[in-house]
Design a protein around this ligand. Structure first.
Ligand code: KG4
Ligand code: ZN
Length: 334
């Protein structure tokens, strides 16, 4: 079965073609992402109105390019999987309406997919038999820990109580004048810095050891910058200290959950999974504990449509379809 995946929940317009005949066993024939960073960088964050307008411009070219690189035609597509939430509703509607129009025109079934389910199943794009596994999803919009038991069976073990980890990276980067989005800039700068230079708090939630909180660290960095009294900390030291604190706050609950549930495989996904320190630290800790880390390639960690096609595939393979009246839901729960 050839599935066309469409993703437009935030500021990336993405299309992909996935070939699969068995749930979780698939070949990514193509995956195209049109990034809007240069547009939103001027505003220091995603501007919803501009994002949806840009999706309108980019969505058909992205789909055409995905079909071309998969060496197929729209008529070869057997089914369509599209993100229906959570996300910016104006952005979601562009992808959903496009999917409905295409599904109707080629007479193919369409399913709406939860964006988070896409992130959760993204490890299956490169590793077929990893279930059950623990998934740490860390992006600009989400920070959650899930137990993935099977297709459609996900148990949320923890979540952030305030900012997402990527949001903390972006806010600290902005404070340090590193531009938007700033996670990558902090990662690069931190490679030359001392992670022990600045003492920063590691927040834990009383009574909820698997939950996260990142608003305090952002404030602590802001206070540190404000109270330097002329004795300026080197930016690379501040970046390394901040990054280490975030990594510690992500790794500890993840490892606690892995031990508690005795799960061998830990998956790391979402845009912040690109962080070199987080990848290395989680891999090291997991290995020292006799477990393994499965981290998708960076192109499948950040928003993409191959993971959406994967998340739609097991339902499509069962013959399910959603009606054309399907609506976008900004706060869709998993
Ligand atoms: O998954 P994603 O592409 O979009 C969503 O938020 O859904 O994630 C984007 C986030 C941004 O906050 C960005 O700063 C962060 O991922 N990010 C990083 C790195 N690369 C991207 N954070 C830390 N280190 C990185 N290398
Ligand atoms: Zn995402």
């Amino acid at each position: 079965m050839l599935i066309l995946g469409i993703e437009s929940s935030c500021d990336d317009t993405a299309a992909a073609v996935l070939e699969t005949d068995r749930p979780g066993v698939a070949v990514v024939r193509s995956s195209v992402v049109a990034n809007q960073d240069n547009i939103h960088a001027n505003y220091g964050g995603v501007v919803p109105e501009l994002a949806s307008r840009e999706h309108i411009v980019s969505i058909l070219p992205a789909i055409e390019m995905a079909l071309r690189s998969a060496e197929c035609d729209l008529r070869d597509i057997d089914a369509i999987a599209v993100t229906r939430g959570p996300g910016l509703v104006g952005s979601l509607l562009v992808g959903l309406m496009c999917a409905k129009g295409l599904a109707q025109s080629i007479g193919a079934p369409m399913v709406g997919v939860n964006h988070l389910e896409g992130h959760l199943l993204s490890p299956l794009l490169e590793h077929s038999s990893v279930m059950p596994f623990l998934a740490l999803v860390v992006s600009g919009g989400h920070t959650s820990l899930f137990l993935v038991e099977d297709f459609g069976r996900y148990r949320r073990l923890g979540r952030t109580r305030d900012d997402a980890a990527g949001e903390a990276f972006d806010k600290v980067a902005k404070l340090m004048g590193l531009g938007y989005p700033g996670g990558k800039a902090i990662d690069q700068l931190a490679q030359r810095g001392n992670p022990k230079a600045v003492r920063l708090p590691r927040a834990r939630i009383k009574g909820a050891p698997l939950d996260f909180s990142f608003s305090g660290i952002k404030t602590a960095v802001a206070l540190h910058v404000r109270n330097q009294n002329g004795k300026t900390t080197a930016p690379e030291d501040l970046a390394a200290s901040f990054q280490q604190a975030v990594v510690d706050m992500l790794v500890r609950p993840t490892m606690d959950a892995a031990r508690e549930l005795d799960i061998d495989t830990i998956a790391l996904t979402g845009g912040v999974a690109a962080n070199s320190r987080l990848r290395a630290r989680l891999a090291e800790t997991a290995q020292a504990d006799g477990r393994r880390l499965v981290a998708p390639s960076l192109k499948y960690c950040t928003d993409n449509a191959a993971m959406i096609a994967m998340a739609g595939s097991y339902r499509l393979l069962r013959g399910e379809r959603d009606p054309l009246s399907l609506d976008a839901e900004a706060n869709l729960a998993l």
